[in-house]
Design a protein around this ligand. Structure first.
Ligand code: FES
Length: 105
């Protein structure tokens, strides 16, 4: 699926991520700026946070309780924040746009 990222400096980059991979894996592999992903996808670092546009929030797989509690450790968390390592890509996500926070720290 094609996923568009808005990097912290406003640059937009569209990348293809294979179904079954997480958004974080695809982003890191393609060098998207601002997705630190220090824990490598174990849902324990809270540095892979992204902002999801309103119209996409309900279309993503729901957060589990681990993701919910890890999000509380993100200093720049908003109501539309998700951890990108916890979202598996599928064809249904084609065209998803995500904003990377200015900083994960
Ligand atoms: Fe660490 Fe997502 S990569 S919480």
């Amino acid at each position: 699926a094609k996923i568009v990222f808005e990097e912290p400096d406003g640059t937009e980059r569209a990348i293809d991520i294979a179904s079954g991979q997480s958004i974080m894996e695809g982003a890191v592999r393609n060098g998207i700026v601002g997705i630190d992903a220090d824990c490598g996808g174990a849902c324990s670092c809270a540095t892979c946070m992204v902002y999801v546009p309103e119209d996409w929030l309900a279309r993503l797989p729901a957060k589990d309780s681990t993701e919910q509690s890890m999000l509380e450790f993100c200093p720049h968390v908003q109501a539309n924040s998700r951890l990108s390592c916890q979202i598996q890509v599928s064809d249904a996500l084609d065209g998803l746009r995500l904003k990377v926070p200015q900083s994960q720290q």
